[in-house]
Design a protein around this ligand. Sequence first.
Ligand code: HEM
Length: 447
Amino acid sequence: MTPPKPEPRAEKVSLFTHLRLFRRDILSAQPARLYRAWMAEFRTPFFESYLCNDPSLVRLVLDERPADFPKSDRVTEGLAPLLGRSVFVTNGAEWQHQRRIIDPAFEGGRLREAFPAIWAASEAAVARMGAGEQEVELAASHAAADVIFRTLFSIPIEDRVAQAVFHEFRAYQRSAPILNLAAFLPLPRWMPRLHRRTTRRSASVIRGLIAGLTADRARAIAAGTAPEDLATKIMTTPDPVTGQGFTTDEMVDQVAIFFLAGHETSASALSWALYLLATHPDAQERVAAEAAGLRPEFGTLGSLRYTRDVFREALRLYPPVPMMVRETVQAETFRGRAVRKGAQVVISPWHLHRHERIWDRPDEFDPDRWAGEGRETAREGYLPFSRGPRVCPGAGFAMLEGTLMLAHLVRAFRFDAVEGRVPVPTAHLTVRAKDGIWLRVARRDGA
Ligand code: HEM
């Protein structure tokens, strides 16, 4: 069965219709030709936008001259009430300083240290899941939030503050759908920016809770009683260039983005991976066979190759971050077209991952492609974690988490599709199913 893909819009529509479609969902607002084109231009009286699928343009923007294609304030301001000056929204020297402090916390060796916490969260996810027909995105969100709390602050999701943050994040997401529109069709600068009142309220509750956790941790570090986790590592690492670390306030901004970037994305990928396995029972049995040999030690990942390829393939078909937006700071020439200063540049993992001139059978679920031609093709057309200096710092962490969670869940349960409930992908903060992902869950014999 070919995994679901949103119905593209008609090739020619009016600007008004396009705006209306964008507001509803950026994926179905695009015409089918974007799965074949190397570049698409979109011009209105207010702005110019270029969606770039040409691998050499993607390289230019993300790897070769990223400083010339920063994130624009117009795009990130929608997130400001929640994220403040976090690494996700900053540019230039401020951003470099932040990455120099954050990156060491996610290096290879640290992943090994995070393994026991991710293992414990996977076991907890299995224990929480019951049999029967259910919506699995919620369970995946719960599990991914648990991973973040355990690895960052050494507390499980059952903790009172962790629960409160988790619930407020859900409220935040429900009240922030406007983000799509603001991000991809920047309004003229003179238009007032209205953050919904509920969004602002949720953002301030979340930040208050995180501020409490961060202040407690600062005290524990000072007293020499802090656990060795990601928060301690980040709060005690000075920038090797300037010698400055994060203040407690700055740390609140960074923690907010770890929660947002780290839990929503992982939850989205895990839910789609479960759906793909439910609709491809042979693949599911292969994962179950691999997972039978799970051991609570880092080396166990070496025996989960197929499971990892399933997760990779889920990230290809349903990249949690479907599009990334940058801005030109000077005039450029893209594929012979003059691009003016201040134009928008959209890099779309969604289209690249299903590009008909890059991938063989682009819409089919085939984890085995990763043992063959997939790796080569990925150089041109696979960037679920972005690329270049602004690559997701949590990429290795997320691959470890996704593989381990999937193996745990499939070892314990069998997942089947529910008739009549085919999920329709749609872009919220991440790629989600319009009415959730419903699966029938049954405990495996002997689990
Ligand atoms: C499957 C899971 C994940 C996916 C698909 C993902 C994807 C991405 C992508 C595409 C970006 C670049 C966005 C842009 O440039 O506009 C990004 C940035 C980021 N991600 Fe992830 N991410 C995942 C998990 C995580 C985790 C687990 C963490 C941390 C615990 C994390 C932290 C971040 C941060 C801090 C940034 C901002 C980096 C910067 O701008 O310099 N992500 N992520």
